[in-house]
Design a protein around this ligand. Sequence first.
Ligand code: PLP
Length: 388
Amino acid sequence: TITPARRMQTLPEQFFAALVAKANARAATGRDVINLGQGNPDLPTPQSIVDRLKDAADNPAYHKYPPFRGFPFLKQAVAERYLADYGVELDPDKEVAVLFGGKSGLIEISQILLNPGDVCLVPDPGYPDYWSGVALAGAEMEFMPLKEENAFLPDYEALSGEAVRRAKLMFLNYPNNPTAATATPEFYERTVAFARRNGIVVASDFAYGAIGFDGQRPVSFLETPGAKEVGVEFYTLSKSYNMAGWRVGFAIGNRQIVELINLIQDHMYCSLFGGIQEAAAEALTGSQQSVRDLVAVYERRRNVLYEALDAIGWKAGKPAGSFFCWLPVAPGHTSMSFADLLLEQADVVVAPGSGFGKSGEGYVRLGLLTSEDRLREVAVRIGRLGLF
Ligand code: PLP
């Protein structure tokens, strides 16, 4: 038998892998399962982007190894997008690193900054991949509770002084997975001050940056004065352009961190296939109408679902951004018992809040990732259980 390294023993089970297995087992029995548990966008990539890849696939220049740190045209496209959308000026060569989805960078940043014994501040509830990176680095986590009464923003004053002293890195994620909350410029100003005062690097996960509702444009952390001195933003095409399968993301901001991420990637990969880089540049520099259309689709789905849930007595505040809904469980349930009940009695898959951390207990997360009709059907099926 093979003995894995100790660091592998500290890795938690991949939460979504377990959830998918449960849902698939149920569907395999022939039931009509509606899966709102995962964060996998159901819409296709815009055709102009797909066409660009098809043409680029014939280019022999892309059949060789790509440049280690990505093609300059792609980093230039990111800089243009940030300037147009957020008014943030970037040096494409020094302040943008090309990643394999945001996810690879979210793991790498722990590798480049954390020694064993260091502390990383992580949001609770939060995206479980932050934990994996910290575990692989042999570092410790200090959870920052995100409470509804604080609009799901962390309260820096309430953190343990000892943990803050030992902390070297902090993850933030707005629009937020799973609570669907958005951040304010004032919160980010407080964050920059807190990070400066305590020598903590900020990793802003902006995976849902394009998805804000009711005419509200989500704020980028990099818009905050001084942000580039203390942190980086992880930006990805997965959600905003329905390109989750293409694995394109970026680390943007602080030069030293961008250089360290590039360095670790030099050793691990070359870069993305050139044709994908060209298609990604098309996404970033072409018409942004597809992004506006996508936000409108999610907003309509949100309205349909909340109206239908309201009608069965399941009431909650509407999400401000992302494509998730964060809802309280029915009385008398834990998030896990409630999710199991919905799977077994309504054939509806939701993600139990406790999978995102201790403070997620009492909630479930539903993804707006199926048609309006199927979302109405979800409410009808749950309504039949008479829980609310
Ligand atoms: N960060 C958050 C909060 C996410 O929800 C996801 C994907 O679900 C990611 C990062 C990973 O995105 P990518 O596809 O860019 O790796």
